[in-house]
Structures are given as C-alpha cells and as structure tokens.
Design a protein around this ligand. Structure first.
Ligand code: PMP
Length: 346
C-alpha cells in the first residue's frame, strides 16, 4: 500500500511536473529536472535513516534478487567464505545464489521449526575467515523479523526489502543494506543499496561492470538509465514519511497495528500464528484458519470488504496481512472486525 497523499500528488503532477511542461515519465534521466528529483530523494532518504557520510546510496534495478548475486560477486568471490543466517524463504534464496559463487557457511538455521523463529546469536557458528555476515531482517513470506541487530566484527550485510523505513536503524552497524522498493517504499523496479565506502575499496573487481558496485557509485547511479519514475515516487514517499514524523512515528504506528492483529489472533481459537512471539513481523502478519477448506471463502468475503491481497505466499499457503507504513490503523481494525465476524459465522 502506498500513502494516498503520495498517489494523489503523483496523479496531480502526472502531466506537468512543476511547470516543466512534461511528465516525469517523459523526462531524460540526464535532465536538470530529474537531477533535482534524485538529489532530493537521496537527501531525504539520508535524513530519515541518519546515514553517516561514509556511506554511499545507490538507486539500482534488478530487485533484491540481483543483490543476492551482487553481494557475493563483490565481496565473496576470491575470499574464504561468507556467513549466512537461514530464517526462511528469502534467506534461503540468498544462500542458494551465494553458493553458486563461493563457499557459504550457514551459521544458524530455523528450518527445524519450519522457520518460525530467529535463531539467537549465541547459537550462531560464525566462521573465522568469513568475508561478511548476511541476514534477512524481515522474512516477508513467513512473517519472521529480527527485532535486534546482530553484533558481529565482520561487515554485516542485510536484506531489508520488507522493513526498511519501518523504524529507525543504526546504519553504522552495517556494511551494506539493500532493499527492493516495492514493499515499504515505492513502486517495483527500484532497489536501494546503502554501502560503506571502505568496503568498496576492498571489493574484488566483479566479472561485469554492471555487477560491480563501484561502477554505480562512480556514476552516481547513472551508469545507465535508472528507474526514474520509481525514484520519483519513492522521493514522494520520503517526503510523506518526514511529514508523518519520520521513522520514530512509523515505528510506533507499526507496533500498534501489528499488536492489534496479533492480540486478536492469539485470543482466537479459530485463527493462529505459529511464529515465536518475540520474532513476529510487524510488517507481514501470517495466519491460518482452523480449517483450510474455508480459505477461499475467507478471501472472497475479504475482497468484498476491500481487504485485499490477504492470500499467503504460494509456497506456504495460509493468509498474510501486509501492513506496511502506509496502512492505517483503521485498515487493520477493519480486518480484525471481518475476522471476528467470520469466526462467529464459521
Ligand atoms: N528479499 C525479501 C525479504 C523479499 O521480500 C523479496 C520480495 N518479496 C525479495 C528478497 C526479492 O525481491 P525482488 O523480487 O525485488 O527481487
């Protein structure tokens, strides 16, 4: 969900951006107008996350999936190994991608409990010669989230695709953060990378220019045409976030929304969530019905009430309520009201 104000502003500016006589969709990425759009987006992104000066911000394409490969191509190839934490489907995909390129040490896995918890750091078996430690901050499909930052000596690399901007983070604890924009930031097509400069200095030359982070830092994300419209909308979302009180305000809202839904699920004997309470995602609330035969009926009734996209991921089934920043508390309340009604009727 994107903030309605953002969609309205994008609509109002669609035909004529700031009196320029053309749409952002028609702009050259080399134009002065677009230069101001990307500069303002980066400024606000840096402000919101309080990014230190020794970090570079990149606006790339290829999704988080390309980052599953760019990270090892720049930092693992030619080195001993890399440490990965396995907490669900997305970290599993990151591991698989890295294994094609080098040696991966899985420091901990929650597979024994069907990925319903985050393995605590005191159980991790970190390698002594690893190039970095990789984890997925929020497993979007299983609804499992790290509510703490791992404390490691090695560069920490994190996939924050589904929870970046949902709360304040300390960027200085990380070597590299990446996130596909389409969950909590803006439209699909944009991937944000935040990387510490000294790591780039030490990186291996990647086998192709496009896969080398330095190609993109040197060119200011303009080695080739960046996803201009997605950057523009993300910029509007950053403005909106600042207007809402920034990430401290977001964290408070997100906690309240998720709590409302989890409290209801926990009190219900019809709906259930299997994730360990302290590791539950504030962004994606996974839940099951007592009888999966009722799933389709539940989804049909939900759609009639404009409660959309509740079907769980095809790999694990069940339901998933994605309650990103732009989802108001009233939206979650509407879902809870419907769930209550459905439970009573079935
Ligand atoms: N990581 C996480 C945590 C995700 O949620 C997703 C997308 N659902 C991905 C990676 C893959 O992103 P993309 O499709 O943009 O490559």
């Amino acid at each position: 969900m994107l903030p309605e104000e953002v969609l309205r502003q994008a609509a109002a500016e669609m035909l004529d951006w700031h009196g320029s006589g053309h749409s952002v969709l028609e702009m050259s990425h080399r134009s002065q107008e677009f230069a101001s759009i990307i500069a303002s987006a980066e400024r606000n992104l840096r402000d919101l996350l309080a990014i230190p000066d020794n970090y570079r911000v990149l606006f790339l394409q290829g999704g988080a999936t390309l980052q599953f490969e760019m990270v090892p191509l720049n930092f693992l190839v030619g080195c001993g190994c890399a440490d990965y934490v396995h907490t669900g489907i997305w970290s599993g995909k990151a591991i698989k991608a890295a294994q094609r390129l080098g040696k991966v040490n899985v420091v901990a896995s929650a597979e024994d409990a069907k990925f319903t918890y985050v393995p605590p750091q005191n159980e991790w078996r970190l390698a002594t010669d690893a190039a970095y430690v990789h984890y997925v901050a929020n497993e979007t499909i299983g609804g499992v989230e790290f509510h703490w930052t791992p404390d490691v000596e090695l560069p920490l690399v994190c996939d924050m695709s589904s929870n970046l901007f949902s709360r304040p983070i300390d960027v200085s604890r990380y070597g590299l953060i990446y996130a596909g924009a389409q969950k909590n930031i803006g439209p699909a097509g944009l991937t944000i990378v935040i990387v510490r400069e000294d790591l780039l200095g030490k990186a291996q030359p990647a086998p192709s220019l496009m896969m080398d982070y330095r190609t993109h830092t040197r060119a200011g994300s303009m080695h080739n045409t960046p996803p201009t419209y997605a950057i523009y909308v993300a910029g509007l979302v950053f403005d909106w976030l600042k207007g809402q009180g920034g990430l401290v305000a977001m964290a408070k809202n997100n906690y309240e929304k998720a709590q409302l839904l989890y409290d209801f699920i926990d009190a219900s004997s019809f709906f259930a969530n299997p994730v360990r309470k302290c590791d539950r995602s504030l962004m994606n609330v996974f839940f099951t019905l007592a009888d999966p035969a009722l799933d389709e009926l539940f989804l049909t009734g939900a759609k009639e009430r404009a409660l959309l996209q509740l079907k769980g991921h095809q790999l694990i089934g069940g339901m998933r309520a994605s309650i990103y920043n732009a989802m108001p508390l009233a939206g979650v309340q509407a879902l809870v009201n419907y769930m209550q009604e459905f439970e009573a009727g079935h």
